[in-house]
Design a protein around this ligand. Structure first.
Ligand code: ADP
Length: 451
């Protein structure tokens, strides 16, 4: 007999094929632990963060600095002491949401190494009231080792917050029955945590105001952990803030997440290749701008079904295009460099709220604006760098707005010369994805698109 990572006894010989499944489960947690142990810095991800708000009408905050979070000075000191200069991509959006008042629930997914653990550790440390000597934050992780890893981050980050204490609900940590813990934060594995809440009554689940479930994908790979997590969750009150993290997001994780986190805000940081998987890419041959305009009008029926964005190379072209579309009776929003910041904000607001369904913009103007749920992106002019080569990063940034949250998105590129055809080829090669030819005057073909 041998023990798995949780000390559970595994059979030595395969039984009914169950052996393989068990081995894989152990691997998942180990792999995750290994990742954490070898990682010394953030994994770079050039992708955008997708944010789906529970209440889309509430303003979307994201922060570029830790100062903006108005943390307690001792906590801020701990963050800087860890060598963090600024929030990671996922932290920019996740931190303000986790610290918001009234509390907001969150489901966050991003690959390992993008700063999730640091984010919720910060949220827990910021959340607790040090003078209250009872457990206020509960965090469960799939294994003993992973729980210890999280604990280390909390201890390091909370180094200058001496009144905030942490306890580990992990095997071997024997406690006296019925004596309530004074530690404000408890981090543990599902089994022991559940025992501490129910059997030993060391924690009053009704007084937990922040619940963190980490590595949800690893957690649900083991049926026992999944059930124990749900049982802990059931003890908590409706007002408890629920935060769930996962590195991957298959349907099973999603279904579990929805059970644990009511009315969630959702933040996802996809991998580059994943982004492109949900976007159908096309090109249309047009000789010059009038022809592009005609092609666009043929697409227009599709454009207005959901929201679309059209990118032009210059301000002048954007102004011309929006003028032509307006003359044709289409309602478009123009985001242009001539507008003041307030005016730009108003344009984006109207577009976000669906008052106009088409936004014409230049790259410079649209940078940094986060508009979700775009179905179609049109590159009226292709993105090129100063040498006239394909600007792949900008391309991804533009079309990455389409196809979010599991919906299909479309990207249409206008090709007006041999040179632009070369650019399309470069982009195809770079991302290793096909960009198909499209004839927008072919009604049948357009129907097939089913945008
Ligand atoms: P995840 O939980 O997504 O795997 P971690 O929170 O463990 O990611 O972060 C991965 C690595 O990056 C860790 O070494 C962590 O210390 C570091 N890290 C996290 N946030 C930041 C930040 N804002 N700035 C610099 N390094 C960071």
């Amino acid at each position: 007999m041998m023990g798995d990572i949780n000390g559970n006894i595994l059979p030595e010989k395969p039984e009914n094929g169950g052996w393989k499944a068990d081995v894989e489960k152990v691997d998942l947690a180990e792999q995750s632990l290994l990742n954490k142990m070898i990682r010394r810095s953030l994994v770079k991800n050039r992708n955008q963060v997708e944010v789906l708000q529970n209440d889309p009408s509430s303003p979307l905050y994201s922060v570029k600095t830790f100062e903006e979070l108005r943390l307690k000075p001792d906590l801020l000191r701990g963050v800087y002491n860890m060598g963090f200069n600024r929030p990671s991509r996922i932290q920019e959006s996740a931190l303000p949401m986790m610290l918001a008042q009234p509390p907001q629930n969150l489901i966050a997914q991003s690959q390992s190494g993008t700063g999730k653990t640091a984010a919720f550790s910060l949220a827990m440390l910021s959340h607790v009231t040090p003078d209250d000597k009872w457990t206020q934050c509960l965090c469960v992780a799939p294994t003993y080792e992973l729980a210890l890893q999280i604990g280390q981050v909390i201890e390091l980050m909370g180094k200058f917050c001496p009144d905030v204490k942490l306890a580990y609900a992990i095997r071997g940590n024997r406690m006296e029955r019925g004596v309530k813990l004074q530690e404000q934060i408890v981090i543990g594995t599902p089994g022991t945590t559940l025992d501490w809440c129910t059997k030993y009554k060391l924690i009053d689940p009704k007084r937990i105001s922040m619940f963190v479930l980490d590595e949800a994908d690893v957690m649900i790979a083991t049926q026992g952990h999944r059930d124990q997590s749900l049982r802990i969750h059931r003890q908590l009150t409706k007002d408890c803030q629920m935060l769930l993290f996962s590195a991957t997001f298959e349907d099973s994780v999603w279904r579990f997440a929805e059970k644990v986190v009511p009315d969630p805000n959702i933040i996802r940081l996809k991998r580059e290749e994943e982004t492109l998987d949900t976007i159908n890419q096309f090109y249309v041959i047009c000789k010059e701008k009038e022809e592009k305009f005609t092609a666009l009008c043929n697409l227009y029926g599709c454009l207005t079904i959901a929201q679309s964005m059209i990118f032009c190379h210059t301000r002048k072209m954007a102004a011309w295009l929006s003028g032509r579309l307006t003359t044709e009776g289409h309602r478009v929003a123009l985001l242009s460099g001539e507008l003041t910041v307030e005016q730009r904000a108003a344009v984006i607001d109207r577009y976000r709220n669906g008052k106009e369904k088409v936004l014409v913009t230049t790259n410079v103007c649209s940078r940094g604006i986060d508009v979700e749920q775009v179905t179609l992106v049109v590159n009226f002019d292709l993105p090129v760098d100063l040498d006239g080569n394909a600007d792949n990063e900008t391309y991804l940034h533009r079309i990455g707005r389409a196809g979010r949250f599991g919906r299909r998105g479309f990207a249409v590129n206008m090709v007006d010369s041999e040179h632009s055809m070369d650019i399309i080829k470069q982009i195809e090669m770079h991302f290793n994805r096909k960009i198909k030819k499209l004839d927008p005057s072919d009604v049948e073909e357009m129907d097939k698109l089913n945008i």
